[in-house]
Design a protein around this ligand. Structure first.
Ligand code: ADP
Ligand code: MG
Length: 778
């Protein structure tokens, strides 16, 4: 039971190494397995002959002197590849008389489509021939392999073959059962159809003949193997193929849609390929029509694989080309190379109480190189919560200062701005760098002072929120923009800040670790630095998922840790309502209850979005200084807050948070040397939500978590509606097609530069149009 492609793939694997042992292994493999090949494609005489030739070519190597035999071995992999390309995909020649129908032709002009079918197809969103051929199967049924009855196992969907015997019909109450026996030699299975009385006639005509049977194997009441409601066909039927299964609604059968698609595929066989020939050849991509055929009616798994690859590549290429075009538009602004010795940053590093991690050093070096280059920096700094991104940002600020430029550091919340400001102020003032804070609640007088100083060049660094992008904020010579937690800002906000300088380098920081493919998609042609290493000595945060009935146990634990170890804790409430007033109230109520009942003797603080910046900052400072031991809060502390002595994070109604948010929250602890804990208290959660939280508890790896989350929710919801430029791909998988995305990205550059007038560029404008201007600032 071996398919040709399985046979070839095995030969390919054995020939990876060129040696006498490998040659002997290959010959042995071929001698043992050639006869086992059982593949519907063998009915093609040409394939039969070519396969025979291939076998003989290797077997005969036995008689040759070693060096010549090995030479043959070294050809095997190339031969296998050519064989697959030539014989395991369709080789189609279009009739020259047949002109490509445009993809825009309305579906009613398609072959085999009358008014009734037109209606059904439209229901599936199929309006044109183009829609029809891109209506891809959701799955395939591989009927090429025929499992002998002897090897038929329970709970597998298989195709098997045998002689049909004795058909009979029985009645059990309302149920009509037609059953038949399928035999080969001594083995047999029972076939059963329920309430399909008409089957009896059909089957009776097949008795005594060899048939193929496809279905799921079950064990019947008396222990015998059974296949229920199987598909049955004569052995010479063409159905021994890979069958597409379409996502259908009612009234259209698989058989019908298969036929409609099969009938209409040829009408586009002269379709012009968008991708330049040279690139197709270099990347070993099949032509577009072959790829469409392979998506619907793959001749082999190989055919499907390269078809999918080709079409996914095309989608990614179009997208990357759009990105590249937009980047080029931005790039033309130009930049200037900054010059600085780097001594100031070195001095700063030498005074730190710890050593930089290698990942931090690497990121810093990459940023330096960007800043010194004549092109403006466009870099994404990606690193899990607590990996030390802020420190790297500080180093960039110091270098930028040394080069003689101002820096702006924009963060999403005022709490975070205050915290960053305090940190930067402490660190940078001794280096002679002047830092200010600009947030909504900064007093009018103070604001005026800061703006005046920024405009005159009397300030070097400003940390702030959206307040930074007010129209009347001007800089003397802004040279570096840093944006933290980028996904919280919209496209325009970033552009606005950048436009306040002439030669601005941009560094974007995100703690949502996302797969490379996605960062390329979302952030376009940004370069990426990854901090994939935590500062040493960090312990895994221990995470527990508990039903709310056990909340008391958690509070008891918190109490002990605080009183005995001097630890600090967060207790967080989710957004329950749209209204922050209601949330604030929930947190307030809880704060009062807890300080009366669970923690009467422990200093507690309350933090929520309805408080003024001053109040918030006051509470935060007390928490930082350890005057407050337990901080009850809404999710306002989600981002960036850094208190190393806090070791416990209690999250109430944890099921209401998304995983990314939970990860952010958990990242508030585990920042020092002590063991940290995270408790997820669950109020009402279905099985799915519970599984999700269990998964979260099982890992501290932000990358794994976001990938899980992405798979669960899909990219659209994952990033929320604020994200522009997140395309919906039909074939490409935005999460796993990383390599293809990288290739497409490379080729996009070449296309824009070498084929400015090509079909593909026109297609890019047709699809992305106006959006091109915005894409890369995602
Ligand atoms: P992020 O912004 O990536 O979440 P931070 O920059 O806030 O992380 O750093 C988290 C904590 O780790 C801070 O207290 C910081 O001082 C500390 N830290 C940063 N780099 C190192 C390092 N190389 N070794 C030890 N501690 C570090
Ligand atoms: Mg941070």
């Amino acid at each position: 039971m071996l398919l040709i492609e399985e046979f070839l793939d095995n030969c390919y694997e054995i020939s990876r190494e060129i040696s006498e042992e490998a040659l002997n292994a290959l010959i042995e493999y071929i001698e043992d397995n050639y006869e086992r090949i059982d593949d519907p494609l063998l009915s093609d005489v040409e394939i039969q002959v070519k396969l025979e030739e291939f076998r003989n070519y290797i077997i005969e190597a036995k008689k040759l002197p070693t060096h010549r035999a090995l030479k043959r071995l070294s050809h095997v992999r190339g031969m296998v590849e050519r064989f697959k390309y030539n014989f395991l995909t369709y080789s189609v020649t279009c009739e020259s008389s047949e002109f490509a129908k445009s993809l825009d032709v309305p579906i009613k002009y398609a072959k085999g489509v009358g008014p009734a079918r037109e209606k059904l197809l439209r229901k599936l969103g199929i309006q044109t021939i183009g829609d029809l051929i891109s209506f891809f199967p959701r799955d395939y049924e591989d009927r090429r392999k025929v499992i002998p009855l002897m090897y038929v196992r329970e709970n597998e969907k298989i195709t098997t073959k045998g002689i049909l015997k004795s058909v009979e019909k029985t009645k059990k109450g309302d149920l009509i059962i037609v059953s038949a026996l399928l035999q080969d030699g001594i083995n047999q299975v029972i076939l059963k159809w329920f309430n399909q009385e008409f089957k009896e006639m059909e089957l009776k005509q097949l008795v005594g003949r060899e048939v193929y049977v496809t279905g799921s194997v079950k064990r019947g009441f008396f222990g015998a193997m059974e296949i229920q409601n199987p598909e049955i066909s004569l052995s010479d039927s063409p159905e021994r193929t890979i069958l597409p299964i379409y996502p259908l609604t009612e009234n259209l059968t698989q058989r019908t849609i298969r036929k409609i698609i099969a009938d209409n595929l040829p009408s586009i066989c002269n379709l012009r390929d968008l991708i330049p020939k040279e690139i197709l050849e270099e990347r070993r991509l099949i032509d577009v029509w072959k790829a469409y055929t392979g998506m619907h009616f793959p001749k082999s798994s190989f055919h499907y694989k390269i078809s999918r690859k080709r079409l996914a590549y095309e989608e990614l290429l179009l997208f990357q080309t759009a990105l590249y075009l937009s980047k080029r538009n931005v790039k033309q602004v130009g930049g200037i190379p900054k010059s600085f010795s780097g001594r100031l940053a070195e001095e700063f590093i030498s005074k730190l109480p710890f050593k930089l991690t290698n990942a931090q050093k690497r990121a810093h070096a990459e940023i330096r190189e960007d800043m010194r280059s004549p092109d403006p920096m466009n870099r994404l700094l990606q690193g899990d919560v607590g990996s030390g991104k802020t420190l790297v940002a500080e180093l960039a600020i110091i270098d930028n200062y040394e080069a003689g430029y101002q820096s702006a550091f924009m963060v999403p919340t005022s709490i975070l701005a205050i915290q960053h400001f305090q940190k930067l102020f402490n660190h940078l003032t001794e280096l002679g760098i002047r830092v200010a804070l600009l947030i909504g609640s900064t007093s009018q007088r103070e604001k005026e002072k800061i703006k005046f100083a920024l405009r005159n060049g009397d300030l070097d660094v400003v940390v702030g929120t959206h307040a930074l992008i007010q129209e009347d904020v001007h800089f003397a010579n802004l040279g570096l923009v840093i944006i933290d937690e980028q996904h919280r800002f919209g496209v325009k906000q970033r552009e606005e800040l950048i436009s306040k300088g002439k030669v601005v380098d941009t560094l974007i920081m995100t703690a949502t670790p996302i797969p490379r493919t996605l960062s390329l998609t979302l952030y376009g042609d940004l370069d990426v630095s990854v901090i994939d290493e935590m500062p040493p000595g960090r312990k895994e945060i221990k995470t527990f998922t508990l039903r709310h009935t056990r909340a008391k146990e958690v509070y008891k634990f918190v109490r002990e840790q605080v009183l005995e170890n001097g630890d600090q804790a967060y207790i967080v409430y989710p957004l329950i309502e749209q209204s922050e007033a209601i949330n604030a109230k929930a947190a307030e109520d809880m704060y009062r209850t807890l300080s009366k009942e669970a923690f009467p003797d422990i200093p507690m603080g309350l933090l929520h979005g309805r408080m003024s910046d001053e109040e918030k900052s006051d509470v935060m400072s007390k928490f930082v200084r350890g005057e407050i031991k337990i901080l009850v809060s809404t999710s306002v502390i989600e981002v960036g807050v850094d208190v190393p002595n806090a070791t416990i994070m209690v999250i109430e109604n944890a099921e209401r948070f998304g995983l990314a948010q939970l990860h952010q929250l958990r990242g508030r602890v585990g920042r020092g040397e002590k063991q940290s804990y995270c408790f997820l208290i669950v109020s009402e959660a279905g099985e799915e939500a519970w599984d999700r939280l269990q998964f979260f508890a099982s890992t501290n790896d932000g990358f794994k978590i976001s990938e899980y989350d992405l798979r669960l929710r899909g990219p659209g919801e994952f990033f929320g509606t604020r994200q522009h430029g997140l395309p919906e791909f039909k074939v490409a998988d935005i999460i796993s097609d990383t390599e293809l995305m990288l290739i497409a990205r490379e080729d996009a550059k070449r296309i824009v530069e070498n084929y400015p007038d090509s079909e593909i560029i026109r297609e890019v404008y047709r699809i992305y149009g106006e959006r091109i201007r915005f894409l890369d600032v995602g």
